[in-house]
Design a protein around this ligand. Structure first.
Ligand SMILES: [Zn+2]
Length: 244
């Protein structure tokens, strides 16, 4: 089994069938993150046909300002989902600081519910790594998954101490920081992810299918100097520890 611990099934459009076939054929257990409620319902529907897809409910920080008034209606979805995501803060791509209070309120709502229902969270931290560290410290969540970390190494080390897991994404081998992060992370905290088809395009202009996780495993194996099969098995057992 391979692991895609952060993907977006609603980003594939006309290529969805091909992506689903790859997920099934290559046995890629996939956390299908949502951007909002509509996106969660879409992913939940396709997960009924493909048991490798685990639909996650969350409101992405980019969508938080639009959903802030609807939080009271979300409890049932948080309760039913097997993991929460994508949630978080983004002070890098979201430039309008007037959106930050709503972003914070939505994030706090999900952290509170994650604590209450004891759920795993899938967190976006772009440009807000120190603030996220504070939140994780105060909410004392069980093993959060930090998605595609790109902040300071010192903050990463603090997040590690708090029990966080980290997804390594498609920029491995292209980003010096990501390669450095792979060197620092202990093997028992590493997961792999693709973050939808357009992330690879952003890195090297190629459309990214879920099988890209296999290349990520290869690159982790070469950076760590560990056999491919051993890395693959380790990442699966890391993921299975969540018991989703
Ligand atoms: Zn994402």
């Amino acid at each position: 089994m391979f692991v895609d611990a952060h993907n977006h099934m609603d980003f594939y459009g006309k290529n969805l069938k091909k992506a689903l076939d790859i997920i099934e054929k290559d046995d890629i257990v996939t956390l299908g993150c949502s951007m909002d409620l509509k996106s969660y319902i879409f992913t939940k529907k396709i997960s009924a046909e493909n048991e490798n897809i685990i639909p996650c409910f969350g409101i992405h920080p980019w969508e938080a300002y639009k959903n802030c008034g609807d939080l009271d209606g979300f409890d049932g979805y948080v309760k039913e989902c097997r993991a929460i995501g994508e949630i978080g803060l983004d002070y890098y791509w979201v430039l309008e600081s007037e959106k930050y209070p709503k972003m914070g309120r939505v994030f706090e709502y999900f952290l509170d519910r994650a604590k209450y229902y004891d759920k795993i969270v899938n967190i976006h931290t772009k440009g807000a790594e120190e603030k996220i560290l504070e939140y994780i410290r105060s909410y004392k969540l069980r093993t959060p998954i930090i998605h595609w970390y790109s902040g300071k190494v010192d903050t990463l080390k603090e997040l590690l101490k708090l029990g966080c897991y980290f997804t390594i994404s498609v920029d491995i081998g292209y980003s010096r920081l990501t390669d450095e992060i792979v060197k620092i992370l202990p093997m028992d905290r590493i997961l792999t992810e693709t973050d939808g088809p357009t992330s690879l395009e952003w890195v090297n202009k190629e459309y990214g299918y879920p099988c890209e996780v296999e290349n990520i495993v290869k690159k982790i194996s070469s950076i760590k100097g560990t056999q491919y099969e051993e890395v693959k098995d380790k990442i699966s057992s890391n993921f299975n520890r969540f018991k989703l």
